[in-house]
Ligand binder design. Structure first.
Ligand code: SF4
Length: 310
């Protein structure tokens, strides 16, 4: 079976379980260029919503997927960039929900929540997971590096407004970056800010995969613990659980199809191949091939090798 163009996974997600990803956005297309982005620096900065790919094509691919029997827990609209830039997102969510009883989640940076139409489109999702990495304009510009026209106050007000209107599950994610937003003062400021928002959960994360910028480092475990305690948040453990899955038969192409959207570390590749019962010598050869593939960037980070498709 050939790979899908818009679907990937299911990939294991600690928050969502087996998450079948739907990506309606061309690679690295975003209105932010976060210093910690695991996809690397944003290639195409835009804040203009577009139908980058035909809605019907994406839904047809989802219907085709459902004809198989690979189970998943949730459909997640995510992507290789910011999914709210997809101009028919509301119709995409509605179309997915029409085809499955599984919850539909949207992972977003939240920048476009100031837009009333955007908020309306998200209403149909079962879970919305917006990011919140900063509580001041300066911090916002340093960490998320939004396009010039987007301001912190506007984004923050959009998030508050969305929280008031939305009936589904609102899970906020804070990416803690060493020295940028994880001091006790920063955490106190997050606490004050979150006090103004009606959310359901807050998750604390830190860049465990190679970030876009070399100066980005993970937050110390005690800082993450402090934030979890102070904010009543849930810390996302540093290692991914569960197994990756790909429909693609050829193991090498299968790894590429996952790593294109979700960079994989050496242990994840290894366990993915083991789950497919690939013999040890062939696993070794495939790992070596990955390491030499000019289409792949091999990123050593925190003593672990990660493979990122260029
Ligand atoms: S982390 Fe998300 S919001 Fe930030 S640049 Fe990457 S894709 Fe965009």
């Amino acid at each position: 079976m050939s790979g899908y163009k818009y679907l990937f996974g299911p990939v294991p997600s600690r928050r969502l379980g087996a998450s079948l990803g739907v990506s309606p956005i061309p690679e690295r297309t975003c209105n932010y260029s976060c210093v910690y982005c695991q996809l690397g620096r944003t290639l195409r900065m835009t804040n203009t919503r577009q139908e980058f790919f035909p809605l019907e094509e994406i839904l047809a691919e989802f219907r085709e997927y459902l004809r198989g029997s690979i189970p998943f827990d949730v459909v997640t609209v995510v992507g290789e960039g910011e999914p709210t830039l997809y101009s028919r997102l509301g119709e995409l969510i509605a179309g997915l929900k029409k085809e499955t009883d599984k919850p539909v989640a949207v992972i977003t940076n939240g920048a476009l929540l100031y837009d009333a139409e955007m908020r309306r489109e998200l209403m149909e999702a079962d879970i919305v997971l917006p990011s919140l990495d900063a509580v001041t304009e300066e911090q916002y510009r340093k960490i998320d590096r939004p396009m010039g026209s987007i301001g912190f106050a506007e984004m923050a007000e959009g998030l508050r407004q969305f929280a008031r209107e939305y009936q589904g599950q609102l899970w906020i994610e804070i990416m803690l970056v060493d020295g940028m937003n994880d001091s006790p003062e920063d955490i106190a400021a997050f606490k004050e800010f979150l006090g103004t928002i009606d959310y359901d959960r807050v998750y604390l994360n830190t860049p465990v995969r190679p970030p876009a910028e070399g100066f980005v480092h993970t937050s110390a475990p005690e800082r993450i613990d402090l934030a979890a305690r102070e904010l009543g948040g849930i810390s996302i453990d540093q290692l991914t659980s569960g197994s990756f899955f790909s429909e693609v038969e050829d193991p090498y192409e299968a790894i590429l199809s996952i790593a294109r959207r979700h960079p994989m570390n050496q242990f994840e590749v290894e366990s993915f191949l083991e789950a497919r019962e690939i013999p040890a010598d062939q696993r070794q050869a495939l790992m070596e091939r990955l390491g030499q593939d000019p289409g792949i960037t091999v990123v050593p980070y925190k003593g672990i090798i990660t493979y990122r498709v260029n």
